[in-house]
Ligand binder design. Structure first.
Ligand code: F6R
Ligand code: MG
Ligand code: MG
Length: 361
C-alpha cells in the first residue's frame, strides 16, 4: 500500500493582527477533516498551526494532487473563514484567493507539500512549518540535511546515504525546474539555491527516485500580483534508515540563519526554531518562526505529534536569534534589514515610491 502525506496550509484569519490562528478555527478545520476521515477520504490527520497559519497534516491513499483531499482542505479553510469573518478575526479568508475550488489548491492560495511513499518497516517523518517567511527559507536547511556532511554525519558514515540525493530546484519566476545531484554537482547546486529570491528547492529524492523531502513552493505574492502576505511555507522530511536521522534533520536548524519576510514581508531577520506554544511572532511581527512536529506512520496513521523544538538544546539557538534580531532591528529602514529592491516589488513600498517619481529631476 502506498501512503500519501499531504500538508495543506493557509492563513484564513488570526488574532490579534497576524499573531496566531485562533483555536476555534483549528477546531472547525478538525471537524471537517474528521468528516473526511469517516467518508474514507483520509486515513488520518493532525491540525497544527505556526503563527497565523493553519497546517492540515493529512494521510490517505489517493496520491498527490488528489481532488477529494484538496477539496476537503479547501472546505475546511472556507468554514474557518466563515467563522473568522463572523468573529472579525484579522485577515479573514486572506489566503483563499480564488472565488471557489477547482481541481486542486495549487494556484488558489493555500500552500501544499505532499509526497506518495511506500511505507518502510518503520517510517518516521518530520513536518516543518514556518511563519513570516517564504518557501526558499528551506533552501539552506535542506542543503544541510541532504548535502552537508558537517550537519548530516550519515552522508559520510552510512553506506545507505553515501550516494547522496537529487535536488529539484524551481525558478519561481519561470516555473521551470532543474534537477541537480549532490555531492556530484554541489557547487552548481549552491550557486543556484543561494539566490533565494529566485530559486527554491522544491523536493529532494534519493538517487533511486524515492521521495526524501518536499516543500510547498507556491509564491502567493506572485499569484496575487500584489502583496497579500508572505507565502509561509511547510515541508515534510523522511528520516532514518537511508534518510537523515531525525536528529540530523533537526540539526539543520541549529543556527538562526537570515530569511526574508519579517514585518510586512519586507525585512530580513533570523529564523527562530520554537515549540508550538511559542509560535506567536509578536516582536515586529516576528522574528520569523519555524516549528516541527514528528510522527511515526503506521499504515497511514499519524502516531505523534512530538513537538520537536520543545527541547532545551535549542535554547542557545533562540538566544542567538534574539541577539541577531536586535542587531538587524537597529538598521531600521535600511538594507540589508530591508529587502533588496526587487523583492520589495510585491510589498506596499512601490506605491510610496511612485509618488516620489517626479521629485527626481
Ligand atoms: C503578515 C505579516 C505582517 C503584516 C503587517 C501589516 O503575515 O507579515 O508583518 O504584513 O502586520 O499588516 P496589514 O497590512 O494587514 O496591516
Ligand atoms: Mg495573518
Ligand atoms: Mg503567516
Amino acid at each position: 500500500m502506498k501512503t500519501t502525506v499531504s500538508v495543506i496550509k493557509a492563513d484564513v484569519g488570526s488574532m490579534p493582527g497576524h499573531v496566531r490562528a485562533p483555536q476555534e478555527l483549528l477546531d472547525v478545520c478538525g471537524a471537517v477533516l474528521e468528516k473526511g476521515k469517516k467518508e474514507n477520504i483520509l486515513i488520518d490527520f493532525h491540525v497544527a498551526r505556526c503563527g497565523d497559519d493553519i497546517d492540515l497534516i493529512m494521510t490517505h491513499t489517493k496520491g498527490v494532487n488528489a481532488e477529494p483531499v484538496h477539496k476537503l482542505a479547501w472546505d475546511a479553510f472556507e468554514e474557518a473563514t466563515a467563522i473568522a469573518k463572523k468573529k472579525k478575526f484579522y485577515g479573514a479568508g486572506q489566503d483563499l484567493l480564488a472565488e471557489s475550488f477547482s481541481g486542486n489548491v495549487r494556484g488558489l492560495g493555500p500552500g501544499c507539500a505532499e509526497f506518495e511513499i511506500e511505507e518502510r518497516k518503520s517510517e518516521p517523518i518530520v513536518v516543518f512549518m514556518m511563519d513570516k517567511t517564504e518557501p526558499a527559507s528551506f533552501n539552506l536547511p535542506f542543503y544541510k540535511m541532504f548535502a552537508d556532511p558537517f550537519s548530516t554525519a550519515g552522508l559520510v558514515l552510512d553506506p545507505s546515504l553515501h550516494d547522496g540525493f537529487t535536488f529539484r530546484v524551481l525558478n519561481v519566476y519561470t516555473d521551470e525546474v532543474a534537477e541537480l545531484k549532490a555531492p556530484e554537482e554541489l557547487y552548481d547546486l549552491l550557486a543556484i539555491i543561494g539566490i533565494k529570491s529566485k530559486f527554491c528547492v522544491e523536493s529532494v529524492a534519493k538517487k533511486t527516485g524515492e521521495p526524501a523531502g518536499v516543500i510547498s513552493t507556491n509564491k502567493l505574492n506572485l499569484i496575487a500580483g500584489k502583496y497579500v502576505g508572505k507565502d509561509d511555507p511547510v515541508a515534510i522530511v523522511r528520516c532514518q534508515s537511508g534518510f537523515p536521522a531525525v536528529g540530523e534533520a533537526m540539526e539543520a536548524f541549529a543556527y538562526p540563519y537570515l530569511v526574508a519576510g519579517w514585518m510586512r514581508g519586507s525585512h530580513n531577520g533570523p529564523i527562530m526554531p520554537v515549540s508550538v506554544k511559542d509560535a506567536n511572532p509578536t516582536r515586529f511581527d516576528g522574528p520569523p518562526r519555524v516549528t516541527a512536529l514528528g510522527f511515526q506512520l503506521n499504515d497511514g496513521m499519524l502516531q505523534g505529534a512530538v513537538d520537536m523544538f520543545a527541547d532545551p538544546s535549542f535554547d542557545s539557538v533562540r538566544a542567538k536569534a534574539n541577539e541577531i534580531a536586535d542587531y538587524m532591528r537597529r538598521h531600521g529602514p535600511f538594507q540589508p534589514h530591508l529587502l533588496d529592491e526587487k523583492d520589495l516589488e510585491y510589498t506596499t513600498l512601490p506605491a510610496v515610491l511612485e509618488k516620489l517619481k517626479d521629485r527626481f529631476k
